[in-house]
Design a protein around this ligand. Structure first.
Ligand code: 6PG
Length: 241
């Protein structure tokens, strides 16, 4: 099931998305005692994370209720301004009591492939004996080229059917990244895209209404097997739908 949530502007998108995501997380904690949440990088999530942080801090959740993971990471130090961990640390995690959550950042180390394998082992500890990690919520962004996480057009990771986490050198960015693979994303209970700005309108249109071609529009590969797919869009990004 795919649901599209449209908002007039980035501020109302952040308010609406944080309310929805916060409630989904609180509900899951009530049901299972813990919520496993995958965070997106980039710049779009910042406003939503800031509101989500205050929401979760005030929800009266018990210590250890939340586990945060990353959908992808740039191979930079965790305190680098480009780090997706740093974004979440600044906008979300600092607002939460330290005992409320565990955070599991992706780290490339000296060899990205080894970093990917190490992260996969970390995930396997959270999801023992599972074929794929059943995250409760995966938050994703969308690039203007249709990429999501670090699944870029033409990426070999789009064909991955075994690994949960993989490393890829992104030529157009001249850098290495780690990313969850499509099956690891699609095993989630809920996947939520956060997309804002006119610069994304073409990609939103192509991903949601264009020919099915994930090699060209990687975000099309996100189809939760047994889960919900939500798109949170401001009007500027949704204008061509
Ligand atoms: C990253 C993200 C990436 C991001 C999109 C959108 O590491 O950059 O995971 O997939 O979500 O590129 O980025 P913006 O939100 O900055 O437009």
């Amino acid at each position: 099931m795919t649901q599209i949530h449209r908002f007039p502007d980035p501020e109302s998108l952040a308010i609406g998305a944080a309310a929805f995501l916060g409630q989904a997380i609180v509900d899951r904690v009530a049901e299972a005692g813990i919520a496993h949440v995958v965070l997106a990088g980039g710049s779009t999530p910042r406003l939503t994370y800031q509101r989500l942080g205050s929401q979760l801090a005030g929800a009266g959740l018990a210590d250890g209720s939340l586990a945060f993971y990353w959908g992808d990471e740039r191979c930079v130090p965790l305190d680098d301004p480009a780090s997706n961990f740093r974004l979440a640390q600044e906008a979300l995690l600092t607002a939460l009591p330290a005992d409320l959550f565990e955070a599991y950042p992706m780290e490339c180390g000296q060899r990205p492939e080894a970093g990917a394998a190490a992260y996969q082992e970390k995930l396997r500890q959270a999801f023992p004996a599972a074929e794929w990690p059943r995250f409760d919520l995966v938050i994703l962004g969308l690039g203007s080229d249709g990429h999501t996480a670090s699944l870029f057009p033409g990426s070999p990771l789009l064909e991955e059917i075994k690994r949960w986490v993989a490393a890829a050198h992104i030529d157009e960015l001249a850098g290495w990244r780690l990313s969850l693979t499509p099956p690891a994303i699609n095993a989630a209970r809920t996947v939520a895209f956060l997309v804002q700005g006119s610069g994304k309108a073409g990609a939103v249109r192509s991903v949601m209404r264009g020919e099915h071609d994930p090699a060209r529009w990687p975000a099309q590969i996100v189809e939760p097997v047994e889960g919900e797919l939500h798109w949170f869009l401001d009007e500027a990004a949704a204008v061509r739908l």
